[in-house]
Each structure stands twice: as structure tokens, then as C-alpha cells.
Design a protein around this ligand. Structure first.
Ligand code: ZN
Length: 267
């Protein structure tokens, strides 16, 4: 990192335990990391639409929570990258854990009766969320958060791969596209952390329009936002197929995938 390149801005000195590779207060005096902030829109707007669509379809409320959880991560991440304040960092990182717990519940309970609530996994996931929060509030080590988040994502991946391998093989493309986006995002997240010096140097020489493409943490937001959204869609499709709701993926404006439910149940 090269702190000498960071300017002072509206929110004052960063208090977060992490400061990403994007140079601070370069684009705007009011936004510490401009591209890392605005790239969160993809994690905010589509999931809100998804939550409304889920309500309209009359599907289980756990999926409304899934979409809103993802939107909460996007909003928290927006606030964190805009301010680089420690409290805002928690608003980004803790909802990542909570929303992933909702995803885990949905995907592990997808072959149960409609609207059935299973209190054992809920209690375990709640216990996990509370423990991670308490430890992380005391031990401000970002790697702890990253490992806990990674463990939840691994649980999701294993379960999804199992389902599309053995139960609903026609959902393989959706599963692997979602996973692919996530892994590509993770690769760019690492490059952004490991090669920050070179990336910053390259942005000094590249024209601004091209330099912005090297904001790999912003790409991580876009790719994991897409990957997480598609994961919820996959989970919803598995669930509504199991419940014989005739789910169908439709593309808004020909590009953005959303899930629609047929008017009558089949079978
Ligand atoms: Zn971020």
C-alpha cells in the first residue's frame, strides 16, 4: 500500500482495520473509495427487486430474507467503502455472515415440507452468527472474518454441487455460472490485495477510463453480487421445483435473470 497517494476527505482519517487498494478520495471528496462504493449498487437494487418478486410469487419468506440479506450486505459495503470507518466495516462484514447463514438454511432445508420451520439448524446458525460476532468484536482480525465467511461459502458450494449432481442435473449451468462468478471475483480480490503496488502504478500511466477497469475490489463486488444473486435464484429454483411450483427463469430486458412461478401447481 502507498498511503502517500491517499488524500484527506470528508470522513476524516480511516478507522477501519482494512483499507483497500483503491486510492482514497481521488474521485470525490465525499466518497473515500469511489469505485468500491458505487459497484455495490449491483448488490442492492437487483436483490430488492428479487425480494419484491418473491413476495409477489407468494414464496416462502426465507427467500425474502435471503434477498434482503444480500441487499443489506450491499448497503453495509457501500457505507464502509464510502467512509472507511470501523463501525461501517462491521456493517459490511457481519451481514455477510448473517446473510450466508440464511442461504445455508435455505439450501440445506430445500427438500422439506412447504413452510416447515426446522428449529435445530436455525438455533445452530444463530449460535454461529452470535459467536462469530462476539469473537470478531473482541478480536479485530480480518482474517478471522474471512475464514468464517469462507467456511459458510464452502458449505453452500458443497450442498449445491451435491444437488445438481445427484438430484436436479438440469440446474448444473446455473450452479456453475454462479460458482464461476464467485471464484473469478475471489481471484480478483486476491490480485487486488497482493499486487496493489503494481496496480496503483499502472493506474498512474493508463488513461482514467482504462485505469478504472483495474479496480479489482470493485469487480469483486460486481462478481460476488452476481454470484450471490444467482445462488439465491438457484436455491429458489430447487425449492420451488421440489414443491412443484413450476418455476421459470425469465430475463428482464433480455439480460437480468429473475424467477417466475407458473399460476397453477403441477402434479
Ligand atoms: Zn468491499
Amino acid at each position: 500500500m502507498a498511503p502517500s497517494m491517499d488524500r484527506q476527505g470528508f470522513w476524516g482519517k480511516p478507522t477501519s482495520t482494512l483499507d483497500w487498494c483503491e486510492e482514497n478520495y481521488v474521485v470525490s471528496f465525499y466518497i473515500a473509495e469511489f469505485w468500491n462504493t458505487v459497484s455495490n449498487l449491483i448488490m442492492i437494487l437487483p436483490p430488492i427487486y428479487g425480494a419484491l418478486q418473491t413476495l409477489r410469487n407468494g414464496l416462502e419468506v426465507r427467500y425474502v430474507y435471503s434477498f434482503l440479506g444480500l441487499a443489506a450486505v450491499g448497503i453495509g459495503s457501500w457505507c464502509f467503502h464510502m467512509t472507511l470507518k470501523y463501525e461501517m466495516q462491521l456493517l459490511d462484514e457481519l451481514p455477510m455472515i448473517y446473510s450466508c447463514c440464511v442461504f445455508v438454511y435455505c439450501i440445506y432445508e430445500c427438500f422439506k415440507q412447504e413452510n416447515a420451520i426446522n428449529y435445530l439448524p436455525i438455533s445452530l446458525l444463530l449460535l454461529f452468527s452470535i459467536s462469530v460476532s462476539l469473537v470478531y468484536l473482541q478480536w479485530k482480525e480480518p482474517i478471522f472474518h474471512q475464514v468464517m465467511y469462507g467456511a459458510l461459502v464452502a458449505c453452500l458450494v458443497l450442498r449445491c454441487v451435491f444437488i445438481v449432481t445427484w438430484v436436479y442435473p438440469w440446474l448444473r449451468p446455473l450452479c456453475y455460472v454462479s460458482l464461476g462468478f464467485f471464484l473469478l471475483g475471489f481471484l480478483l480480490w486476491n490480485i487486488d490485495n497482493l499486487l496493489c503496488g503494481s496496480l496503483r502504478a499502472s493506474r498512474q500511466t493508463l488513461p482514467p477510463g482504462v485505469g478504472v477497469v483495474t479496480q479489482f475490489h470493485a469487480w469483486w463486488h460486481i462478481l460476488t453480487g452476481l454470484g450471490s444473486y444467482l445462488h439465491i435464484l438457484l436455491s429458489l429454483q430447487i425449492r420451488s421445483t421440489y414443491l412443484k411450483h413450476r418455476p421459470e427463469i425469465k430475463f428482464v430486458c433480455g439480460v437480468w435473470p429473475t424467477l417466475h412461478i407458473g399460476s397453477a401447481k403441477t402434479g
